[in-house]
Design a protein around this ligand. Structure first.
Ligand code: PMP
Length: 352
């Protein structure tokens, strides 16, 4: 190692799922929405004026914050926006997890959490999920420097009820508790209803999954105005203008088409439940996912082999080569047609 390398911050980065550029593949590996955003956005894109790009965007991202506050029935000072929920979560780790006590998150969960903890040198412990991959609330009753978990959890898709979340909050009054609701719209109960009761609760959402807008990079957090203020202070100590003008403009209008949003959700949930029935018939075992993916294993076909065979057929799913879950594949729910192609391929592949 060169001498100058000694003083460098060395980290092991998060590995995002592949974004293959090939045409004609079926992409079920990064939990994007198979349906396009509301057709109204196409019109808005045309109406966008390049003149508006000359100036810096509004640093408070007010148009988007106001639209989200109105949508959720909150005040603007209860909402914080960022460049995808990854940005919001990274800033939340930096802001709220500033303790010498370890923060807690499940051993099997979103694999960015340990990366941020390492980057910001936050000590952490990872209570093991139960045998059935559910979170045991009691594991979060011990002393800690903060708590974070996704609901539904990823990559298992298992949702926790509000009572269990309330129990975790009741036992964690002295730290910030973050519920990452990236997938909540697909069938879990939101903890948003609890933010008035628990001033230390931060709920994080994204436009990337249920809202078909991963390309816009919008995430947001909701909570007590004091939490939002602390988060904003850190954000404004880092980069004032993260939210670009087109994202602010399109994002603030994207939530207007509620009927389209609900229709898209309904289609994905129906396809998910259909896919579960088909996969069960093929002998797959899986958790009861409430997200837009299914976490499956087959008792007689190793996940790695299935992953390779699917990939060769142009069907991309996600395989995590990690302890406890290396037998599993995470399959994003695509369109009904894409899922029928997947099932057809599996039928042929498993029988041959
Ligand atoms: N939380 C969870 C649990 C996720 O799976 C993801 C998607 N990788 C994110 C947050 C971040 O999504 P985004 O930055 O696109 O909002």
């Amino acid at each position: 190692m060169k001498a100058w390398e000694n003083n460098i911050r060395k980290v092991t980065p998060y590995t995002p799922g592949e974004q293959p550029q090939k045409a004609g593949i079926i992409k079920l590996n990064t939990n994007e929405n198979p349906y396009p955003p509301s057709p109204r956005l196409a019109q808005l894109l045309k109406e966008m004026n390049s003149k508006d790009l000359r100036l810096y965007p509004n640093p408070a991202a007010s148009s988007l914050v106001d639209a989200l506050a109105a949508y959720h029935g909150l005040n603007a000072d209860q909402v914080f926006v960022g460049v995808g929920s990854d940005d919001v979560l990274a800033l939340a780790f930096l802001t709220f997890f500033h303790s010498s006590k370890p923060i807690l998150f499940p051993d099997i969960t979103y694999s960015f959490y340990d990366v941020w903890a390492d980057l910001f040198q936050i000590p952490y412990e990872t209570p093991a999920l139960q045998e059935d991959f559910s979170i045991l609330p009691e594991d979060y009753y011990r002393e800690n420097g903060g708590v974070i978990f996704p609901n539904p959890n990823a990559p298992t898709g298992i949702a926790m009820g509000l009572n269990a979340i309330r129990n975790i909050l009741d036992h964690n009054q002295d730290v910030v508790v973050i519920v990452d609701e990236a997938y909540v719209d697909f069938g879990a109960e939101s903890a948003l209803a609890l933010i008035d009761q628990y001033e230390n609760l931060l709920v994080v959402r994204t436009f990337s999954k249920s809202r078909s807008l991963a390309g816009l990079r919008i995430g947001y957090a909701m909570g007590n105005p004091l939490l939002i203020k602390y988060l904003s202070d850190v954000k404004f100590s880092f980069n004032s203008y993260t939210m670009n003008q087109p994202s602010l403009y399109l994002g603030s209008r994207a939530i207007e088409d509620e009927a389209y949003f609900q229709e898209t959700l309904r289609k994905i949930v129906n396809t998910r439940e259909w896919a579960k029935r088909e996969l069960r018939e093929l002998g797959f075992e899986f958790t009861d996912s409430k997200a837009n993916f299914i976490f499956v294993r087959h008792p007689s076909h190793p996940a790695k082999e299935l992953f390779q065979a699917l990939r060769q057929a142009g069907i991309y799913v996600r395989h995590f080569d990690r302890e406890r879950i290396s037998d599993y594949l995470r399959i994003t729910i695509g369109s009904q047609e894409e899922m029928e192609t997947l099932i057809r391929f599996l039928k042929n592949n498993l029988s041959s």
